[in-house]
Ligand binder design. Sequence first.
Ligand code: HEC
Length: 114
Amino acid sequence: MKTKDKMLKGSLLFVLLAALPLSLQAKGNASTGQEKSKVCVACHGTTGKSENPTYPNLAGQHASYLAQALGDYRSGARTNRVMAGPAANLSNQDIVDLAAWYASQEGLRDLSIK
Ligand code: HEC
């Protein structure tokens, strides 16, 4: 690869990283996330496996996906009447902690269609 290409790639990466919301850069703590997930249990189950198919399973999902989803509900980029409330007052740290908790749970291992 040419040096110029490498430099271009490097600066693109820098721009992309700088544009990432803080929520994706901060480190989450799963046990703190578990504490914070008490308000989520009614719909998403104690470990993120919901008994009710209306509510998506969160257990075992990628932390970055969960953080992205929560950040999007908070900002309004993803609109959902039900999730707008629980996401509205989450801090970036809450988001990464919750994401770490659900990502650390067993679930979503088999994504094959039966
Ligand atoms: C009153 C029920 C309810 C509560 C409480 C609730 N959720 Fe949800 N949640 C939902 C519903 C319904 C959806 C699906 C919304 C959609 O289609 O976008 C959802 C979607 C999500 C998603 C996106 C899942 C995906 O696969 O894209 C995440 C992440 C999430 N919730 C996390 C949380 C967290 C964390 C909390 C607690 C702070 C919480 N939810 C509290 C009902 C709830």
